[in-house]
Design a binder for this molecule. Structure first.
Ligand SMILES: [Zn+2]
Length: 257
């Protein structure tokens, strides 16, 4: 049955829409019944970016059918501030966040590992289907700048990564998932994502250390997979600065340029 509904998207969800549909109500035609998710994605907004849907002022889930005459409001993760009595589309916050970053987000993946988050980086040439199945199997959130990937059925958790420097992208993920209190720096290998062992006494790693490092540092960590050694050198100081900025809420879009 031919039907019409009025949509309004809020805040950053507007970025996915063509200019003439941003921040205003607009009408679309469709064949009813259809799950509201299909209409939202047909307009270019991945379901993973939506936190709350109101149809005629009542909250519904993604599978709810849209009907003729509906007024549909769609909110992103951050605009739905106090939605406790409403249907949230996913559990929040994530208790044990794990990620799968697409191949273009290598720097973001290394930052997340640096903060202790289990983050796989997809290999070059891996097909979208394979990547999304891996994410589903291992319950990982997909991080990508590819909207079509987030619209795949198998992807239940995802985060569209906005254009920007890797540190800004990191801040985006930490803010959106409210991970500021879950950072566990120095627990994971930045190179291969495996847990670090340590702190290890100096005697245990003495042979592998450059002479100046032997003198300057007392504690060391070792990757359980690749055996790379870590100590609290200059990279650690940089990491501390990033963490402080994240926890202080300082890493907004305009910081660090
Ligand atoms: Zn390693």
């Amino acid at each position: 049955m031919q039907a019409k509904a009025v949509f309004r998207f809020y805040e950053e969800l507007n970025d996915f829409l063509p200019v003439e549909r941003r921040k205003r109500e607009f009408e679309i035609e469709f064949d009813a019944p259809v799950p509201v998710r299909h209409l939202i994605e047909r307009m270019g907004v991945p379901h993973t970016e939506v936190e709350l849907i109101l149809i005629n002022a009542r909250s519904v889930d993604l599978q709810h059918p849209a009907a003729n005459g509906d007024r549909i409001s769609v909110y992103p993760v951050f605009e739905a501030l106090d939605v406790t009595p409403l249907i949230r589309l996913r559990e929040h916050p994530l208790r044990d966040p794990r990620f799968l970053a697409d191949v273009h987000l290598g720097k973001l993946a290394r930052y997340l590992r640096m903060l202790g988050f289990d983050t796989l980086l997809a290999k070059d040439g891996v097909a979208d289907g394979e990547l999304s199945r891996l994410a589903a199997r291992q319950r990982r959130m997909v991080l990508t700048r590819d909207r079509a990937l987030l619209m795949r059925k198998e992807v239940t958790r995802g985060c569209y990564i906005r254009r920007g420097r890797p540190r800004e992208q990191l801040a985006q993920v930490i803010r959106r998932l409210d991970l500021g209190d879950s950072l566990r720096p120095f627990t994971r290998c930045i190179r291969c994502n495996e847990p670090l062992q340590g702190p290890l006494p100096k005697a245990q790693v003495w042979q592998q250390l450059p002479p100046r490092t032997r003198e300057a540092f007392a504690e060391f960590w070792r990757c359980s997979a690749c055996a790379k050694l870590y100590w609290r050198g200059s990279h650690f100081a940089r990491m501390q600065a990033i963490i402080q900025a994240l926890q202080g809420g300082l890493l907004r879009d305009d910081v660090g340029r």
